[in-house]
Design a protein around this ligand. Structure first.
Ligand SMILES: *Cc1c(COP(=O)(O)O)cnc(C)c1O
Length: 467
């Protein structure tokens, strides 16, 4: 182990240098062809190589070509920089290397605490066993919708796991156009059929039109379909909008529907002083997907599914073969009974470390700082003649567009993100919002400053001049 001790010490230095110097380099740059060839075309070595060589290769060929999310001027998609505490313990989790499927060892016990902390932070009810860590919110969504599907079938007196869905009235899921693609993927994977996912209209602030939801449910019932779940968003990717959760909860309750909330990115926004009122009703949901690897900055990947009734997830997934029977597992059983994963990585350690390092006040500071940046950028956009705000700011995303001329604005704004990225001084991505090509900047980095916002607008102006 002397080789590991020596190389590990060096790795710690490389890691710290990388994080310390990230702001000095370009946010992103294309991988040169020679480096691409190194990354893609190398052959498996016949004989094993020393640890130190691997570190040198990583330093020379991997670390110089980041995605960009560690940089304070990275505003693309929803990708945070890694929290140093999470980075610190990742190698420990690997050295410890348990499977957190279940059992009496540190991993599953710590996961119980982390899940309880996450539920507590956002004010979601948390009975024992009411959640588990996942690869991300996509997998958390599969778990929550599978629980919803099985609960609906059992309520109707049949078992979806046993029978499959054929011959039954189709289950219908309700989401808005702004709902994340993972909701559609989960619905398709669960055999619901894309045609049974209803697109509920949104209002001018890109929030679910609850009156329209009510009408659609009634029409589907009249047509002999089986509405079973409505999925609201607590922070959309496009504009950070939060659906009227309390009203949706009321409609779901009136029709006996499962109420799922996609808070992958935005659930923590409830901790922002001025955003909190938008989250009323979050605690009434049956399930909530929340990504520690988004706003919190836990190194990728870590998602979380929170469930009001843990038994619903267990009913959808528990399948314990003879070689996994554990008579000492207690009432809650194993985590592997609550989702599709069997061997499960030790995600709890990096999440515990990140939350402990930040503390509740640190999480609140981070959320308030980043939502404040989004509001400041919105104000700058509104003051500028050559920019236009496209949606109100609720969380830490600002949706806007560049309007230096009157024609060809869709094509221009569609081309701007890559042109900005290629300049290397800032990174943002685009979308379509209300039928228009838009720019959106998402703020998650604790070190982003107001000066960085001015740089972003100037970079957009400079990039646009070349288009
Ligand atoms: C990231 C995200 C997802 C998907 O989660 P993954 O962790 O990428 O699987 C779902 N919804 C929203 C709003 C997101 O930001």
């Amino acid at each position: 182990m002397d080789e590991l001790r020596l190389a590990g010490t060096k790795a710690a230095t490389i890691m710290a240098d990388h994080l310390a110097n990230i702001g000095d380099g370009p946010v992103w740059r294309p991988v040169p062809d020679a480096e691409k060839a190194w990354l893609t075309a190398q052959e498996l070595p016949e004989t094993g190589r020393p640890l130190d060589d691997l570190l040198e290769d990583a330093r020379a060929h991997v670390l110089p070509y980041p995605m960009g999310n560690g940089h304070p001027r990275f505003f693309g998609w929803v990708n945070s920089p890694p929290n140093p505490a999470g980075v610190l313990v990742e190698p420990l989790a690997a050295a410890f290397d348990p499977s957190c499927a279940g059992g009496d060892h540190a991993g599953p016990h710590l996961e119980r605490t982390v899940v309880r902390w996450l539920a507590g932070l956002v004010g979601f009810p948390h009975p024992p066993g009411g959640g588990l860590l996942t690869s991300g919110a996509s997998m958390a969504t599969v778990i929550c919708l599978a629980a919803a599907r099985q609960r609906a079938a059992l309520a109707d007196g049949w078992d979806a796991r046993e029978e499959g869905l054929s011959g039954r009235a189709p289950f219908v899921l309700y989401v808005t156009e702004e709902g994340h693609s993972c909701l559609h993927k989960a619905a398709q994977l669960l055999g619901l059929g894309a045609r049974h996912v209803r697109t509920v209209p949104v209002d001018g602030a890109y929030r679910m039109d609850v009156g329209a939801l009510r009408t659609m449910i009634e029409e589907d019932l009249a047509a002999g379909l089986r509405p079973f779940c409505v999925a609201g968003s607590a922070g959309t990717v496009n504009s950070g909008a939060v659906d009227p959760l309390d009203e949706i909860a009321g409609v779901a309750a009136a029709h006996g529907l499962w109420f799922h909330v996609d808070g992958a990115y935005g659930a923590l926004g409830v901790l922002a002083d001025d955003a909190a009122p938008h989250y009323a009703g979050l605690g009434r949901a049956d399930s909530l997907a929340l990504d520690p690897h988004k706003w919190l900055g836990v190194p990728v990947g870590c998602g979380c599914a929170l469930l009001r009734d843990p038994g619903a997830a267990r009913a959808a997934f528990s399948l314990v073969p003879s070689y996994l029977i554990d008579d000492n597992a207690g009432d809650l059983g194993w985590f592997a009974e609550y989702g599709p994963e069997q061997t499960r990585p030790f995600r709890a350690l990096k999440t515990w470390a990140t939350l402990s390092h930040l503390g509740r006040s640190g999480v609140e500071r981070l959320v308030n700082h980043t939502t404040g940046l989004a509001r400041t950028l919105a104000a700058m956009v509104e003051q500028a003649d050559d920019f236009e705000l496209l949606a109100p700011v609720t969380t830490s995303i600002t949706a806007f567009r560049h309007i230096p001329r009157t024609e060809g604005l869709d094509a221009l704004n569609r081309a701007i993100p890559f042109a900005v990225q290629a300049r290397g001084n800032a990174f943002l991505t685009g979308t379509r919002l209300g039928g228009r090509d838009a720019l959106r900047a998402c703020f998650l980095h604790p070190d982003t400053t107001e000066n960085d916002l001015a740089v972003l607008l100037d970079e957009i102006r400079l990039a646009a001049k070349t288009l």
